[in-house]
Design a protein around this ligand. Structure first.
Ligand code: V47
Ligand code: SF4
Length: 384
C-alpha cells in the first residue's frame, strides 16, 4: 500500500509558538509556558499546575510543540507479539485482573518452553521484529527456565527479546541467590535484549503498599533498571494511573524516572497505563475519563523532557483514544501486538483481542496528520 503523506505536517516551529503565545491562557501560565518554549526544564510545581488546566486545547498545543521539537511528526509502531508464560502469580496486586493465585491454579495457564516456542513458530513467516515476554511470577519459572527459554528462542529465530520486569528479576534473582547484576548478566548472555516498563505501578510507598504490596519496592525497581542501563542496555518505564493516586503521586513517580534518566539515559519510552477496573479487587474504583487520560499524556510529555518517546499503549487505552493521544504528546503506538493471552481484555479494555494490521495502525496515524514509521525495538526505522 502506498502512503499518502498529509500535506499540513510542515507547520513551522514559529507558527506553533505564535499559537501558544496568542492563546487566552498564555498570560496566566506565562512563567511555565516560557520555559517550555525555551526548552527549559519545568518543576514539580509547574507539572502540578499543568494538571489543573482544564482547557485541553492549550495542553494539546504545548505537548504537541514539545513532541514536535523531539520527533517532528513521526509516529512509531512496531510489529510484535506478546507472550505471557503464566498468569499464576505468588503476588496478588489489587489492580491485577488476570493473575490467579497459586491456590486457584485451575483458572490459570503455565506454559512450558516448548509451548512458548510453538507460539513463536506460528509467526515464522511473518515479519515481526520483537517478542515481548512477561507475566505472573511462579517458582517453576526461575532463572534457569528463562535462560533456557531465551537461548531456544534465539536458536530458532533472530528476534529481539524484550522480557521480564524488575518484579520478575527481583524474584528470580532472590531464588537463585544471585545479585541483580549477576542475574541480569546471565539473562543477557542467554539472549535478553531489553526490558519492558512494567511493574512500576506507582512509586509512592503508601499507595504502592496498598495496591501492589509484597512485590519489588520502588528502590528495587529503579536499581534493576539502573544496573541494566549501566550494562549499555535499554528499557521502558510505565506508570499505572487513574486509581487511588493523586496528581502529587504522579509527579513524584515521574520525578524519580526523570532523575534516573538524567543519570543513565537508558529509558527509551514512557508508557502511562490507564487503570482498568474490571475483574479485579479494585472494581469499586471508577475509571478516569478520556479528558484525564489526555491531560496525563500532555503533562508527561512536558515534564519528562529527557524521554524521547511517549507511548500510547492502544491495547489498554483503546485504539481511538490512543489516536487522540497523538495530539497530546504521544509519538508511539506500540505494536501490531497480536496478544496471545488476555491481560488487557480481562481488565476491561475495549480491545477484546488486541491485534491491528500494519495498514490499520498506519491509517490511525495518518488520520492524525502524522507520519507512520515502522521501527524495531530500539527505534531504528525498518525499511522493507
Ligand atoms: O505492570 C495490570 C499493568 C503492566 C492492569 O514496555 C494494568 O513496551 C491497567 O508494562 N489496568 C504490564 N493496567 C504491561 C506493561 C507494558 C505493556 C505494553 C508495553 C510495555 C513496554 C509494557 O500492566 C503491569 C501493570 O501496571 N496492568 N493490570 C489494570 N487492571
Ligand atoms: Fe502478579 Fe504482576 Fe499481577 Fe501483580 S500485576 S499480581 S505481580 S501478575
Amino acid at each position: 500500500m502506498s502512503l499518502i503523506i498529509p500535506n499540513n505536517v510542515h507547520q513551522s516551529i514559529s507558527e506553533r509558538q505564535e499559537l501558544i503565545i496568542n492563546h487566552p491562557l498564555y498570560s496566566q501560565y506565562q512563567s511555565i509556558v516560557d520555559k517550555i518554549l525555551n526548552q527549559q526544564r519545568i518543576s514539580d510545581a509547574d507539572a502540578l499546575a499543568l494538571y489543573h488546566i482544564h482547557d485541553l486545547s492549550y495542553l494539546s498545543l504545548l505537548a504537541d510543540y514539545a513532541n514536535y521539537l523531539k520527533n517532528q511528526n513521526k509516529v512509531y509502531y512496531n510489529r510484535n507479539i506478546h507472550i505471557e508464560p503464566t498468569n499464576i502469580c505468588v503476588y496478588s496486586c489489587a489492580f491485577c485482573s488476570y493473575s490467579r493465585l497459586i491456590k486457584q491454579k485451575e483458572e490459570g495457564w503455565q506454559y512450558t518452553i516448548e509451548d512458548i516456542l510453538n507460539i513463536l513458530k506460528k509467526y515464522d513467516h511473518q515479519p515481526i521484529t520483537e517478542v515481548h515476554i512477561t507475566g505472573g511470577v511462579i517458582p517453576q519459572q526461575d532463572l534457569n527456565f528463562y535462560i533456557e527459554l531465551f537461548k531456544q528462542i534465539k536458536k530458532h529465530r533472530d528476534i529481539h527479546i524484550k522480557a521480564l520486569t524488575p518484579v520478575e528479576i527481583h524474584y528470580i534473582s532472590k531464588k537463585a541467590k544471585l545479585s541483580y547484576a549477576e542475574t541480569l548478566e546471565k539473562l543477557m548472555e542467554a539472549g535478553l535484549d531489553s526490558m519492558p516498563g512494567g511493574g512500576a505501578e506507582i512509586f509512592n510507598k503508601e499507595i504502592r503498599d496498598k495496591i501492589a504490596g509484597g512485590k519489588c519496592t520502588t528502590e528495587q525497581w529503579l536499581e534493576i533498571h539502573r544496573i541494566w542501563h549501566h550494562k549499555g542496555k535499554r528499557s521502558n518505564a510505565t506508570m499505572l494511573y487513574g486509581h487511588i493516586e493523586t496528581y502529587e503521586h504522579r509527579v513524584e513517580h515521574m520525578r524519580l524516572l526523570r532523575e534516573l534518566q538524567d543519570e543513565t539515559a537508558g529509558f527509551q519510552a514512557f508508557i502511562p497505563l490507564k487503570f482498568r477496573n474490571k475483574n479485579n479487587q479494585m472494581s469499586n474504583v471508577p475509571e478516569v475519563s478520556i479528558v484525564e487520560d489526555m491531560k496525563n499524556y500532555a503533562v508527561a510529555r512536558l515534564y519528562l523532557d529527557n524521554f524521547q518517546h511517549l507511548k500510547a499503549y492502544w491495547a489498554m487505552l483503546g485504539r481511538h483514544n490512543a489516536q487522540m493521544a497523538l495530539h497530546f504528546g504521544a509519538n508511539d503506538l506500540d505494536g501490531t501486538i497480536d496478544d496471545t493471552t488476555k491481560i488487557y481484555s480481562m481488565a476491561g479494555s475495549e480491545e477484546q483481542h488486541p491485534s491491528m494490521t500494519t495498514e490499520e495502525i498506519e491509517q490511525l496515524i495518518l488520520q492524525s496528520k502524522k507520519i507512520p514509521i515502522e521501527r524495531d525495538t530500539l527505534y531504528n526505522p525498518i525499511k522493507r
